[in-house]
Write a protein that binds this ligand. Sequence first.
Ligand SMILES: C[S@@+](CC[C@H](N)C(=O)[O-])C[C@H]1O[C@@H](n2cnc3c(N)ncnc32)[C@H](O)[C@@H]1O
Length: 277
Amino acid sequence: MADGMNEGGGAPQVLLVGAGPGDPELLTMKAVKALAQAEVVVHDRLVSDAVLKVAPDSAMRISVGKEAGRHSYRQEDINALLVHLAGQGKRIVRLKGGDPFIFGRACEEIEALEAAGIAWAAIPGITAAQGCAATAGVPLTHRGLARSLRFVTGHCRSDQPLELDWKGLADPQTTLVFYMGHTTAPQLSAKLIENGLPAETPALCISQGTTPRERRLSTRLDRLPSDLDRAHLPSPILIIVGSAVGWRSVANDVGDEAGTVLDEPFRRVGGGGSAVG
Ligand SMILES: C[S@@+](CC[C@H](N)C(=O)[O-])C[C@H]1O[C@@H](n2cnc3c(N)ncnc32)[C@H](O)[C@@H]1O
């Protein structure tokens, strides 16, 4: 987007905006500007209150969060709502956690908007992987430890096995970031080990990353399911697996202090043992 114009040349009625992982200071300047001008903010459940506060009080806020076991909007309802609101001529911000195009179902909304002849534009956001890892001082790539990075969905339909390219994923030189992997952690741990990833590969779980409630669990691949189960971390949770997670002196602590829940910045574990159980 070039200052409010999309490729079609018209002023967009709907802005798909990335809200980042939670900390409002991680919003882009474009996102802040869009929010400041919004008349309606249609937002996901994961968008933090601190981010929503950036919109003016006068803006109508509509939560369309999808939450397991609770009444929630279906994707088709969200699409229809956006088309309906745009038809009223309002300036709409469709605010999505992280980046709208990373596990964000932005394309379905765009298709619905285009089918209705509604102009849209997108503003990127910091995705959870980047925001959570960098804030924790954890590299996602590392010369010598991780030459590639993969964002992987841990979500599968209830009672269905998680069908992924396990062989391709089980590369010791790749950092794996699992989104929505909380409930499927036992599957992903077992499958990666079965396909050759060492059981002692470092794993880090970050709960409510970049918010004041952030908590981190340091463990290793084989102990990931049991440690995660014991830790009772609130969602959202991101799971990062790979040697780069064990960068620096933290490397041994990740293995030796498996299951430690860290409330302090991760990097201090190696420096002074500030981990708390
Ligand atoms: C439906 S995906 C949406 C991802 C989003 N579009 C993004 O780019 O970050 C939701 C998943 O993102 C991860 N996630 C999002 N925000 C997070 C945060 N603040 N801390 C930890 N994980 C987060 C969790 O794995 C959660 O289950």
